[in-house]
Design a protein around this ligand. Sequence first.
Ligand SMILES: *Cc1c(COP(=O)(O)O)cnc(C)c1O
Length: 390
Amino acid sequence: MSFDLNARLAARRADHLYRHRPLLDSPQGPQVVVDGQPLLAFCNNDYLGLANHPQVIEAWQNGAARWGVGGGASHLVIGHSTPHHALEEALAEFTGRPRALLFSNGYMANLGAVTALVGQGDTVLEDRLNHASLLDAGLLSGARFNRYLHNDAASLATRLAKACGNTLVVTDGVFSMDGDVADLPALAREAKAKDAWLMVDDAHGFGALGAKGGGVVEHFGLSVAQVPVLMGTLGKAFGTSGAFVAGSEELIESLIQFARPYIYTTSQPPALACATLKSLELLRTEHWRREHLNRLIQQFRRGAEQIGLQLMDSFTPIQPILMGDSARALLLSQRLRGCGVLVTAIRPPTVPAGSARLRVTLSAAHTEAQVQLLLSVLDDCWRELEFDDA
Ligand SMILES: *Cc1c(COP(=O)(O)O)cnc(C)c1O
């Protein structure tokens, strides 16, 4: 007996599923240097262009000068510092929830919240296209785990009818690989009718959606009673790192007591919380970022439709081009890269079999001219691909 890792790796290669890590040799932004090549990139989640913002950098530097660099301990020991606390209060106020709790990242926030809320004898119901961290959290919880059809409240209702124990309904707010938005009012209604709790992971909506950047719950105007567990991340539109869960006083106190990924980890650097507070201030006061981003989204969709590309049902900065076949998706991505444009191909198992796609993401840091360039390069490369097929 041995681990035949080489055979597994070879099989992955043969299936066109082998992953490589592009080496980024510049800060995030539209213009990057990847593997030594200057490229125009449309694949990060820095939707508002804050990851390399001078004021956010300055807040981080000043934070480090004031608070040092390391969190030093877990929150429950002596790692919960004033900037962490101030950020939690600001996030609670911003989301209109009684309290918020800061986590090191979104993966841990999801693991922590789900496993603290449900266990053996309970039920967790998830959208089948939920982010991997939510699916992992559901499995780890030990609760009865079931997936309903994508964004389908009727499919959720049939599963709710069979649920036992405390029941948690869990969904992405904006689906990370599709860009569509969950029908939260309908999901919230079904959950409420069965005394289940709805948990929304708004990693991709928070900061980017809603007139004030409050994400999907602001977009739909949903209260803490309708969405008792709201999770958001800070590494996407906020441009920094970390995540939070917002909700009632009892929810947050329960997470502090029972969420193992909260308890057993070192707090994030306090200076990072200082940087995130600056991001929050910028996204609250400078609405032009979201307005510009929305114009770019419309520009891209119009142009892509003219080329004949298959887009998905999305009004968010995530604008995937559906390809189906993994090898074809990879080929188009490689040709774009040959023309100086970086868009990653997303393949199974990240997305369902037969639904490989190019995941285009737009950012307020892009200009209209850059989106136009993307469209014209897509036009050329797409024609070439069709010519090869014929
Ligand atoms: C990115 C993402 C996460 C994980 O957040 P991190 O802070 O990057 O760990 C969780 N859920 C969704 C939907 C995401 O897109």
